[in-house]
Unconditional design. Structure first.
Lengths: 479, 465
């Protein structure tokens, strides 16, 4: 009896007889199942490791009685709470104890996931075909024709058929053992004891998830005496909910759940998050004040897949490596491929204030819509680089804006890889704006491609061709 | 006959019999019958035992639903004369008083800044704060945080669980946080709505956990643009009942990391969930992030339900049936909320010292406002930015000196006045009159822009455009 509290202090402060008697009605099956659980926990020597999870239903107060770690859960959520406990401490023996409304109605999603996951846990499902705690309403397991306070004329097809959880869960891959038992005579009670013992043993052996559905009596809401309720379960419930083992693969199950002990070593954590004390090499002699004294804003725009985001990110990385503050914000259209995609970049001496670039100093546009949309917002003195292979006739913009057409797509195709057109544009951007030295961008690019060295030569070539194309374009324009 | 000597016969304190009669049919020897005398203490008519032919088979013991109902007769003589309380025990449990294992702060070597997306910065903050357990359900624009942890946590023997829903997520956190471990989730507005019920349970049961909400456009499915539409939920609507939690509002990738680390400390310090309210822009924003000088190896608090001897006597529950008990529990929570309000108000004041006009903004809109302040200052207009870092408790104390002095406040929000409501409520509760209050609001994923803030302040302050 030691797994029951010596005194039920949590039951109305243990006053009077409540200190040693349960809150359950006479004849209720919960007390029996509690007893078999307590016995088993004692027999297996796992009292200290056990956590009982008791969600809403009459057995929400299981923690009044069981001298184990106790967690009371929200209605239906005991399987999720139990998963939380089990992954927090794989040595914990987690018992989720749920009624029919809890498990088979409001908590269906949670029990399905838990059984699908199959962590070594134990589920005790008390099916008495009625809501006890709320006062005799229809349960998902209420029998057809059975009268309850919400089926005053008896359950009809319009209220669904009784849900057979043991059969449903027995079909799943997760559980290793699923059985339905009952309490209505000595033989059934003995089977229930054995089933609970087996279910907990499988968890103690770390073999898998077990589910025991117990057909239980609720004499109060069935409005029957206890012997009558026992007979009712035997004669009315059992034909609908056949007793027996629904699944048992425990013989071939092996111990498995061993996620290890979480690691807190400084070196492994620092290494994992990419922390380093290596200072990135710097190539610039100062902030590019020829563009703006303290805060430069750039916009990269194109169709999804044009690579605007990638070179925006490379620009931000280059700026931070050079010791400045920088931000990059991507903004995608409805699809990340094929929609419009633009990125705002800021580079600031001290701290980027507003990270948006509604009026950029520099615009890189890969297609006509981008140029039409953002071009007019580039201020006087600004620079626009556009893909002249895609935009043969650019719109007329403010005469103070320097428009540079670079055949990015053409050059990229010439290099045999259309995808590098963005790097061509970046090379042109560097040459046109001298935002940072060439070497500075190339260093960032090498860093980004360190795991894909094969692509490096192509990208460096694309970058160089972009710069060259800028020089050619400006020469032919005579500017 | 030997067996009758080794197997004890049943024994019953009549006051613990509820007269259900299960034992009567269980007994193969018909030793048990329904009694005829009503027990005055219970009103039941307990069964009567006639054990002459009892062979101690024990079937009646297995059939009795009461833990202290039919039990094997004690072996000692004259046990029937002993006070039942003495025989049954008079304390809850023999389990030990749990002892806490304190957290450990481990120094980190000086490291170069990282270049991180906001959501990633937060995930890394969680790792550095000692979080090794993540539960979540994918939702844009918060997924990058979860994805990074899905990749990194297993490498630290941590746990990543993709839950069946946000409802399951928060309840997994209830279990894992209840076990005394640091756990978190990333979510976005519709998902956060689903978690609120569970957060109420966590607050009721005093279970810590960190909820990172990357707020997006609403109501309903809305869109994935940045909005600040969940300030109301986080500050006023954490499920049913008397609930509050500290709500932190980062505004840079750096703060995404720093405040996530703080969130875990605060959650465990107060035994309460902590909400990080970010927005879609910040989640996606990449920037420079300095690493802290320490990380945390969490201990195990004394209140945990961990599944070991040390914590066996513990219980997490939010149900308190007796009204006086629940009132006392709420008074205790109120004390805790008061402490949070006294101890945790945080704000960033940017050029407020001599400001005539003060902008109030948080998250990304605060950055637009910051840019606007700089632009206006360059023109000689005296404007500052008051940026709440804690949205609850609202940092009314640092705002108070400004309220008495400034010409007006302009609340800049990507939302319909939820931040303004917090400001108004905090001032009202503090009994402070507000100066003229104006607002710049956008919705649906549209952010207030720097220029419109500049224009608005210029107009209000009568300054030159």
């Amino acid at each position: 009896m030691s797994v029951f509290y010596e005194k039920f202090e949590r039951h109305a402060h243990g006053e009077g007889l409540k200190g040693h008697s349960t809150h359950y009605c006479p004849g209720c099956g919960h007390g029996l199942i509690h007893k078999y659980l307590a016995e088993t926990i004692e027999d297996l020597g796992v009292q200290d490791r056990t956590i009982a999870v008791s969600p809403v239903g009459c057995a929400v107060f299981m923690y009044y009685y069981m001298d184990v770690g106790n967690t009371q859960a929200a209605h239906g959520r005991a399987p999720a709470v139990g998963i939380g406990h089990k992954v927090a401490n794989p040595d914990a023996i987690v018992v989720s104890y749920q009624g029919d409304g809890d498990l088979a109605s409001i908590g269906l999603a949670e029990i399905m996931q838990a059984c699908n996951l199959g962590l070594p846990m134990t589920f005790v499902f008390v099916n008495n075909a009625i809501y006890g705690m709320t006062g005799g309403q229809m349960a998902p397991t209420t029998l057809m024709g059975q009268k309850t306070t919400t089926t005053p004329e008896g359950r009809t097809r319009l209220m669904g058929e009784p849900l057979k959880m043991a059969e449903i869960l027995g079909q799943m891959d997760g559980p290793v053992y699923v059985e339905r038992t009952a309490l209505f005579d000595n033989k059934q009670r003995n089977r229930t004891r054995k089933a609970i013992k087996k279910a907990l043993t499988l968890q103690v052996e770390n073999k898998g998830l077990s589910f025991v559905e117990v057909l239980s009596e609720c004499p109060t809401h069935l409005k029957l005496t206890t012997p009558e309720a026992e007979r009712w379960v035997k004669e009315q419930m059992v034909p609908v909910f056949p007793l027996g083992v629904k699944k048992d693969t425990s013989a071939e199950a092996e111990a498995w759940f061993d996620p290890g002990t979480p690691a807190f070593g400084v070196d492994e954590v620092v290494d994992l998050i990419g922390g380093t004390d290596q200072k990135p090499e710097r190539f610039a002699s100062g902030f590019p004040t020829h563009i703006h004294d303290t805060d430069i804003s750039i916009k990269f725009a194109g169709a999804g897949g044009d690579g605007a985001q990638t070179i925006a990110m490379l620009t931000t990385r280059t700026a931070i490596n050079e010791g400045w503050d920088s931000t990059h914000i991507p903004s995608y259209g409805p699809e990340s491929r094929g929609g419009t995609s633009y990125a705002d970049v800021h580079i600031a001496t001290d701290e980027v204030l507003s990270p948006a670039s509604p009026n950029p100093h520099i615009l890189v546009a890969f297609n006509p819509p981008s140029l039409e949309k953002f071009g007019p917002h580039v201020g006087s003195g600004g620079i626009i680089i556009y893909d002249s292979s895609v935009v043969p006739s650019p719109p007329k913009l403010d005469s103070g804006v320097k428009m540079i057409g670079v055949p990015c797509t053409e050059i990229a195709n010439d290099l045999g890889k259309a995808l590098v057109k963005n790097v061509v544009a970046l090379g042109a951007l560097q040459a046109a704006t001298e935002l940072f030295p060439e070497e500075s961008f190339l260093a960032t690019m090498r860093q980004a491609l360190q795991d894909r060295c094969a692509l490096l030569a192509l990208n460096e070539e694309a970058f160089a061709r972009g710069a060259r194309a800028y020089r050619e374009a400006t020469k032919s324009n005579g500017s | 006959m030997a067996s009758t000597k080794t197997r004890p016969k049943p024994f019953l304190f009549p006051e613990f019999c509820k007269a259900c009669g299960r034992c009567i049919s269980a007994c193969p020897k018909d030793c048990i019958a329904m009694g005829s005398e009503i027990n005055p203490a219970t009103g039941f008519t307990p069964v009567e035992l006639d054990l002459e032919v009892c062979n101690g088979c024990g079937l009646c013991l297995t059939a009795c639903p009461e833990p202290y109902g039919l039990m094997p007769a004690p072996q000692q003589v004259d046990f029937e004369l002993i006070d039942p309380q003495e025989l049954l025990g008079d304390r809850l449990t023999s389990a030990p008083e749990p002892q806490p294992i304190p957290d450990e702060r481990i120094g980190l070597p000086p490291l170069e800044p990282l270049i991180l997306k906001g959501n990633h910065a937060s995930a890394i903050g969680a790792l550095l704060a000692g979080c090794r357990h993540f539960f979540g359900y994918p939702i844009t624009p918060s997924t990058e945080g979860a994805e990074l942890l899905a990749r990194l946590l297993p490498q630290l023997d941590g746990i990543f669980v993709q839950a069946v829903s946000e409802v399951a997520t928060v309840n997994m956190m209830y279990g894992c946080g209840g076990a005394g471990l640091r756990c978190m989730t990333f979510t976005s507005s519709p998902g956060f709505s689903l978690m609120l019920e569970g957060i109420s349970y966590m607050i009721g049961a005093e279970i810590p956990g960190v909820f990172f909400n990357v707020m997006r456009g609403g109501p309903g499915l809305g869109n994935i643009g940045p909005e600040q539409g969940d300030i109301k939920l986080a500050c006023r609507g954490l499920g049913h009942g008397n609930t509050h939690a500290i709500v932190l509002a980062p505004s840079t990738p750096q703060e995404m990391l720093d405040l996530t680390m703080d969130a875990f400390d605060l959650a465990f310090h107060y035994r309460n969930p902590v909400v990080l309210a970010s927005d879609g822009y910040l989640g996606q924003m990449t920037g420079r992030v300095n690493l802290p000088n320490h990380m945390v190896r969490p201990g195990l608090p004394e209140w945990a339900v961990y599944g070991d001897e040390n914590h066996r006597r513990n219980l997490h529950t939010s149900i308190l049936l007796i009204e006086a008990d629940l009132e006392a529990h709420n008074a205790h929570l109120n004390d805790k909320y008061d402490r949070m309000t006294r101890e945790q108000q945080r704000a960033d004041l940017f050029r407020c010292d001599d400001a005539d006009w003060v902008l109030v903004a948080c998250n990304t809109p605060a950055r637009m406002a910051r840019g606007a302040v700089q632009q206006l200052r360059d023109r000689g207009i005296k404007v500052g930015l008051f940026r709440p870092i804690t949205l609850w408790p609202f940092p009314i104390d640092p705002l108070t000196p400004l309220l008495e002095r400034v010409d007006g406040l302009i609340v800049v929000e990507a939302g319909a006045g939820q931040l303004e409501d917090e400001l108004r409520l905090a001032a009202s509760r503090a009994g402070l009159p507000l100066p003229p209050l104006h607002r710049i609001q956008h919705f649906g994923g549209v952010l207030p822009q720097q220029q419109e803030i500049v224009d608005a302040v210029t107009e209000k302050s009568g300054g030159a455009a």
